[in-house]
Design a binder for this molecule. Structure first.
Ligand code: ADP
Ligand code: MG
Length: 571
């Protein structure tokens, strides 16, 4: 695809079979190659893009090392058909494992048609490392999106096993983003533009109120090449800091233009990690630009003329209320609500709660410290009626224990509980789920959709009933007991996101990863108020866990401020 762009194509078609394992075809209407170029392009360092040393520092094309085609031809069977406008007839060239099998004249349109068959046919060890079809397709879609996003003026098509995944007509950037992420995404975009001598930044950022809990619609480009840049990502996140709840990510699609000799794109083999000469100044410029764009949007919601025919003119009433960004939650939802005398954690039944869990937190014999104050010796019954737990900042549950004051992180505690429940469900193959009243159809982005299909069977083990609905959509019929029905979409998206994040930790097996992802996705958030009963249930469930002290990823769930410390405060 990059080569096609370099060749000035206006339309690029990609066709795959079996996620590319058996067949990859890229057809373009670019300037094509002459007979001689066609032969040369499979030679290593056969790039046509550097003719003198100086060019090296002024590269604006996508490729410049002349290694892609040579590498591909070394590990697959390639058929190239190409014709340059200068020539009447084109050339067909067949190469297999670096060996040229044939080269002959061929009548074909101007442009290039490259077919790659049987990837790694001659490197079986490497072929084995190809992932499942869904995973590989997901990677392809990611790469495809990176390229398609950067060149909205070019028409792209992606077809997989005879099904059209994308057809993106030539458009402007805003329309291209909608083409990739769904029709509604244009409503979410705030334009951003900033021009300085160091860098020009343009593109779109997402509205805070549309931010998602899942990471995935964040795109940075430099000189029209996709890049990963954690430092700039942070600059953007910081600019949103005060208007986004924690763990929410705004989408952004930002294009940086810098002088080519002010960046080094070779620090990473896939050329996605890029070093800038003026990183700090760019941080400042970026941060200011994002804040300004957000500010402008808040003052005057923009008219949207890009969206043929549909112009949203928001009607602003005199007393229009400014809605703070936030999650849409059902304030009456109660994660601990008892359903006909059953615990909400219905799947949670593997381990009886130790009624004496508090004994675990016995002090080291400090009666003499508190002579005569035996309040924590009082009976359980009495505690259950009186106020025993307290919630701090809707985030921590505080409970007096013999040795002092126990502080429990509510979200982490619930994460541990759900995780153990999930592991148990998987182990016993018996999950408990709750039906959604109306099955919810959820449209995912193409990559998440592929991942979801891949995980579908395993997700079922956790109590989800999810069906493939085609067209990047799934239908959710039920979700695990104890999770919030109103938030099907968020839970599913978060689950997929967590799963992706954990992918790099190879030591974690598939089920473990899933159990953890689902737990993180469904755990009660900070900011939710809990009543006595809920807090008691949370604490009791926590102490039924095999490790009440740590989350599955090893973070501390609770701690005790012991009496000596408290006495010191008051001394
Ligand atoms: P690079 O892109 O780094 O130059 P490649 O191995 O990808 O190296 O391609 C080698 C050369 O083959 C290119 O420099 C270009 O001259 C030619 N080429 C490859 N693909 C195309 C195409 N689709 N249309 C025209 N020329 C192409
Ligand atoms: Mg190339």
């Amino acid at each position: 695809m990059e080569n096609s762009i370099d060749a000035g194509a206006s339309s690029i078609n990609v066709r795959l079979k079996d996620a590319g394992k058996t067949y990859i075809q890229v057809v373009d209407d670019g300037h094509g190659m002459t007979e001689n170029d066609a032969r040369l392009c499979f030679e290593r360092h056969a790039t046509s893009k550097i003719s003198e040393a100086n060019d090296l520092f002024a590269i604006r094309t996508m490729g410049f090392r002349g290694e892609a085609l040579a590498s591909i031809a070394a590990i697959s069977e390639v058929t190239l058909k190409t014709r340059s406008a200068k020539e009447e007839v084109g050339t067909q060239l067949r190469v297999s494992g670096s060996r040229v099998l044939s080269q002959e004249p061929e009548s074909c349109p101007v442009g290039t048609n490259l077919v790659i068959r049987n990837l790694f046919f001659n490197v079986p060890a490497r072929r084995k490392f190809l992932k499942s079809e869904q995973t590989e397709l997901r990677h392809v879609i990611h790469e495809f999106n990176h390229v398609a996003m950067a060149y909205p003026e070019i028409e792209f098509q992606l077809i997989h096993n005879n099904t059209q995944v994308f057809h993106l007509p030539a458009a402007n950037l805003k329309q291209r983003i909608s083409g990739i992420f769904g029709k509604n995404s244009h409503q979410n975009l705030i334009p951003l533009e900033s021009e300085t001598t160091i860098v020009t930044i343009r593109g779109f950022i997402g509205k805070a109120e549309h931010a998602k809990k899942t990471y995935g619609e964040q795109y940075l480009f430099v000189n029209n090449r996709f890049m990963k840049h954690p430092y700039f990502h942070k600059a953007i996140m910081q600019a949103y800091e005060h208007i986004l709840p924690a763990d929410y990510y705004p989408s952004y699609f930002l294009f940086f233009e810098v002088k080519p000799d002010h960046i080094d794109i070779n620090i990473h083999p896939t050329k996605t990690e890029i070093k800038f000469e003026d990183e700090r100044s760019i941080w400042q410029i970026l941060s200011a630009a994002v804040k300004e764009a957000i500010g402008k949007h808040n003052l005057s919601p923009s008219l949207d003329f890009d969206n043929e025919g549909v112009i949203d003119i928001p009607v602003l009433g005199r007393n229009q209320e400014v809605r703070p960004p936030g999650e849409t939650i059902n304030p009456r939802y109660n994660p601990f609500e008892q359903d006909e005398q059953q615990s909400t954690f219905q799947g949670w039944k593997n381990k009886p709660v130790d009624p004496n869990w508090q004994q675990l937190y016995q002090p080291n014999r400090n009666e003499d410290l508190t002579p005569g104050l035996g309040f924590d010796e009082k009976s359980d019954a009495q505690e259950q009626n009186g106020q025993k737990y307290m919630q701090l900042k809707n985030k921590y549950v505080l409970a007096p224990v013999k040795s002092g004051l126990m502080v429990i992180d509510q979200r982490r505690a619930h994460e541990r509980i759900l995780y153990e429940k999930n592991m148990e469900s998987i182990r016993q193959n018996a999950s408990v789920s709750q039906h959604t009243l109306f099955p919810e159809t959820i449209e995912l982005n193409a990559a998440d959709y592929e991942l979801c299909k891949e995980l579908m069977d395993d997700i079922t083990l956790l109590g989800f009933d999810i069906r493939d609905f085609g067209n990047n959509s799934v239908v959710v019929n039920s979700i695990p007991a104890g999770t919030q029905i109103q938030n099907c979409r968020m839970i599913l998206e978060e689950l997929l996101e967590q799963y992706k994040n954990m992918k790099s930790q190879l030591s974690i097996d598939q089920y473990e990863r899933l159990a953890r992802s689902a737990a993180t996705a469904a755990a009660i958030p900070y900011g939710r108020q809990l009543d006595q009963k809920e807090m008691r249930e949370l604490v009791d469930q926590l102490f039924g866990c095999s490790d009440p002290n740590h989350t599955p990823s090893g973070r501390k769930i609770l701690n005790i401020i012991n009496l000596e410390e408290i006495e010191k405060y008051l001394a």
